[in-house]
Design a protein around this ligand. Structure first.
Ligand code: ASP
Length: 599
């Protein structure tokens, strides 16, 4: 008695047919002597009806005893639902199956949480969902997410295959390269005291594949970063990782635009316009205060450095005198913010080292602010004109070094946008996707504490050719051939054209990043060596596959698109991992564990 149809298949055209369905008892209702059971499988659900007047007593009694999520097989005849009982919300809602046979394939205990009611299910505490992930995965929303993810993986593979890419797996047992994020170490049993590391990305292997003449590589690569988890991060995650030889930045832009176009069409049936806008890092920070701007709404940052250069308001004048800038934004319609909200924004600003947050509320035709009394008429006129100030506006300022001022206002812009959304003053259509490339990042950033330069992206990123002479003289000015692809304020991915000349790579390691030559040799010796045997010019990119799917599914959490995610503490609540191991295992691995006692 195999199933003849899945549970999302029956339509009025099937009326009169004998069918067999298999699945879970989604819900059971006893009404007027009849029992109605919705049978659910991965595809959907179908209403089945048990009528005691047509059925042997024991069969009816078995149906009456079925609990939610028991696994059953039913057979019966499809019929039109009686007048007025159609359920237009489900595709099978015009028909029902009059059951004549029932087999209980397995029973289910009482559930820790219901899976049949999306309203209730969406409120279930996430820890409980993760502990019973197999039940959570039965919820139609989760099944839809995993199905979409699979389709997106397929579309990606198809597209890259068409573009001549080879899918190649790179090792998970890699070597420790202690820069960037913390790594997971794996002890080697046969090499006492030695460790592998799980890769943070296949970066080095994919570059070596280019030296190996592969020309076009990709992989849906699992990556590992032992970072303290933020809300949208996982210790292990997946990237669409790719690398190409004999190309320039433009080739990557075109390739990735085509890939995202294909993915959006496949997943959402939306046509993404290409080419994407391009914005320099400098412009992104100047206008939106962040290197991954959400350009779906305005509220752009406006510069007032010149206006306040000689200001009597010392906080602004002083910031400019010490080489900083004054910037402001107009949060239209937000003059109604509460003091508590201003305090929250002030905390944001302080998090970036600001002493406070200057603001003006425009209410009742007046500029309400503790600082306006210090402004000259010219300063006020300029603010009014450049920020188009009107009744109901809230003006917020940052006066600081350029990067800080931009980032502070960038955060505040996001905070204000959320407030406006909550108040219904800003609506962004769910199917609006603003893709853009952020380019011309600085190759290097300065670490004040350690008094040295570090790579803004990673040490393999090539400098813009004409900036190479400045590497040793003015590293701050050197731009990297690095690009990020951003959508709606989310960084989808990033990559770069790589250094392929061994001498330039050595200069970057040793003279710019000041890695001692012995250490360079130890960590990257094999790469420098490989580059000496004919390395083609190459570049690539990696896109966060989990995040991409979260965006497509319209969920704020990447945990909703990962079958078995970990909690913020890095634990798997279902299998209870991580966990202690036996002394014998540790001995075999030559490991002695000392856990410091917490007081
Ligand atoms: N490996 C880089 C990363 O994981 C991406 C790339 O440069 O291709 O961020």
């Amino acid at each position: 008695m195999k199933r003849t149809h899945h549970c999302n298949e029956l339509r009025p055209t099937h009326i009169g047919q004998m069918v067999t369905l298999t699945g879970w008892v989604h819900s059971r209702r006893d009404l007027g002597g009849l029992i109605f059971i919705d049978v659910r499988d991965r595809e959907g659900r179908t209403q089945t009806v048990f009528d005691p007047s047509d059925l042997p007593k024991d069969l009816f009694e078995r149906a009456a005893a079925l609990r939610s999520e028991c696994v059953i097989r039913v057979a019966g005849k499809v019929r039109q639902r009686p007048e007025g009982t159609n359920n237009p919300k489900i595709p099978t809602g015009a028909v029902e199956v009059m059951v004549t046979e029932l087999e209980v394939l397995n029973v289910a205990d009482v559930l820790p949480f219901p899976v049949d009611d999306p309203e209730v299910a969406s409120k279930v505490n996430e820890e409980l969902r993760l502990r019973y992930r197999y039940l959570d995965l039965r919820r139609p929303e989760m099944a839809r997410n995993l199905r979409l993810r699979s389709k997106v993986a397929m579309a990606t593979r198809q597209y890259l295959d068409e573009q001549g890419f080879l899918e190649i797996e790179t090792p998970l047992l890699f070597k420790s390269t202690p820069e960037g994020a913390r790594e997971f170490l794996v002890p080697s049993r046969v090499n006492p005291g030695q460790f592998y590391a799980l890769p943070q990305s296949p970066q080095q292997f994919k570059q070596i594949l280019m030296v190996g003449g592969i020309e076009r590589y990709y992989q849906l690569a699992r990556c590992f970063r032992d970072e303290d988890q933020r809300a949208d991060r996982q210790l292990e995650f997946t990237q669409i990782d790719l690398e190409m030889s004999f190309i320039e930045r433009e080739d990557i832009y075109t390739l990735v635009e085509g890939m995202l176009k294909r993915i959006w069409k496949t997943a959402l049936n939306l046509d993404v316009p290409t080419p994407f806008k391009r914005i320099s890092y400098q412009e992104a920070l100047n206008r939106w205060g962040i290197d991954k701007p959400d350009t779906r709404f305005g509220m752009e940052l406006v510069d007032f450095t010149e206006e306040f250069r000689a200001s009597k308001f010392k906080v602004f004048g002083g910031a400019v005198a010490s080489g900083g800038v004054v910037k402001a934004l107009n949060a239209k319609g937000l003059a109604s913010v509460t003091q508590g909200q201003i305090d929250t924004m002030t905390e944001y600003a302080k998090g970036f080292g600001a002493k406070g947050l200057a603001y003006i509320k425009v209410e009742g035709g007046e500029w309400k602010s503790p600082i306006v009394k210090f402004f000259s008429d010219a300063e006020k006129a300029s603010l009014a004109q450049k920020l188009k100030i009107e009744e109901g506006d809230l003006i917020l300022f940052a006066a600081d070094q350029w990067l800080n001022a931009c980032e502070i206002l960038g955060e505040i812009r996001r905070y204000c946008a959320n407030l406006l959304k909550e108040q219904g003053k800003l609506t962004i259509p769910a199917d609006r996707f603003d893709f853009l490339w952020v380019v011309d990042f600085p190759l290097l950033s300065f670490d004040k504490e350690q008094n040295r330069w570090y790579s803004s992206h990673h040490p393999f990123t090539a400098p813009v050719a004409e900036d190479i002479p400045m590497l040793k003289t003015d590293p701050k000015k050197v731009r990297g051939q690095h690009y990020d692809v951003v959508v709606n304020g989310v960084e989808l991915g990033g990559g770069s054209i790589r250094i392929h000349q061994p001498d330039v790579q050595k200069t970057v390691f040793e003279e710019v990043l000041q890695i001692p030559p012995e250490e360079t040799k130890l960590r990257f010796g094999y790469m420098l060596e490989a580059f000496r045997y004919g390395a083609p010019p190459h570049g690539g990119i990696a896109l966060g596959f989990d995040r991409l799917n979260a965006i497509l599914c319209g969920t704020p959490s990447i945990r909703d698109v990962i079958a078995f995610p970990k909690t913020a503490k890095g634990t798997d609540l279902m299998t209870e991992s991580p966990a202690a191991v036996t002394p014998r295992q540790l001995r075999d691995l030559h490991i002695d564990v000392k856990v410091a006692k917490k007081d």
